[in-house]
Design a protein around this ligand. Sequence first.
Ligand code: ACO
Length: 337
Amino acid sequence: MTRPNGSFGVDIIGSGSGLPDTRLTNADLEKVMDTSDEWITKRTGIKERRKADIANGELSSTLAIKALNAALEDAGITKDDLDMILVATMTPDMPTPSVACVVARKIGAGNIAAIDINGACSGFIYTISMANAMIQAGPYKTIAVIGADTLTRYVDYSTEGRTSAILFGDAAAALILRRNDDTSRGLIAHRMHTDGEGSKHLYIPSSEFDIPEDSEYRVEMCNRVQMNGQAVFKFAVSKFQQVIGDTLADAGLTADDVDHFVCHQANSRILDSARDRFGIPSEKLLINIDRYGNTVAASAPLVFTELAKSGRIKPGNKVMFLAFGAGLTWGSSLWQL
Ligand code: ACO
């Protein structure tokens, strides 16, 4: 499962985020469904999340462009320096063209390589490892890796949908990867996993044909998140711990050697369980779920961007990106900066 760094080193030279302005607080949710700030805070750690103004054209692509422009500025490069745009998303603006193609067109990136990858909440973690593989394979030198999702458009904001409605927020975040000749910097190890048998625990059906055999179809289920929260919770706790252990073993490292665990933010209790299991101090595992909720593929790069902006990411750090999500999917990507 381990992949050697390859013939080239890879640096993360910039990061940036794109967030909707609209905040949806727990108090706002109390007004439209039977829930409470106390319940949401205790069970998830979430206080508020952002919500894209879909009706007025705020889509995954617009958030992705915001994030990409911020990351390009942070890296001190322009769109003309990019060789490829990869967007991790499960909520493209439309079935085709991809978010990546829309982004490329709107920023005027010419005939650059651009494609989406759908790995749900694990999408960004898969994509950053795949971007490294593209750099190793050549001829790509500079790749933008973006996580962008607007899952609130598939959420049922009534009491019936409350188990998932409270969790999700919209966001995008982008990292810029650039090839260098120092192979001591870049990807150290990664893991990508799926368990299709668990797909019935988290899905968004388009029609009756997408409903698992043991569930009963109702037309209201279509285009709405269907989630068995407890099953996903158990899966997440176990796989998060397993993938951290496996990735450390692949790299011949211990948890103490890693400077930042950049984790998908799904539930603060899931993150606490990983922290307890490996004795990770809180300054090495940033939790920002209180402000953004679960932003799907944007979640981990949003954490990285926050760490970078506040000066906590330093040259020489080891950073482990981690996520789990629908599919079911899970994975890791461990980097030497
Ligand atoms: N407000 C108030 N009460 C609620 C709410 C709510 N929003 N939601 C559920 N409840 C009630 C339930 O009806 C139930 O009531 P009952 O005991 O009378 O039947 C009670 O609270 C407990 O419900 P559970 O579902 O057992 O609550 P749990 O402690 O499991 O928390 C939660 C639910 C927060 C969803 C948790 O299971 C979880 O975080 N799971 C992981 C979900 C996740 O991470 N999904 C995203 C994956 S990433 C991706 O790819 C998109």
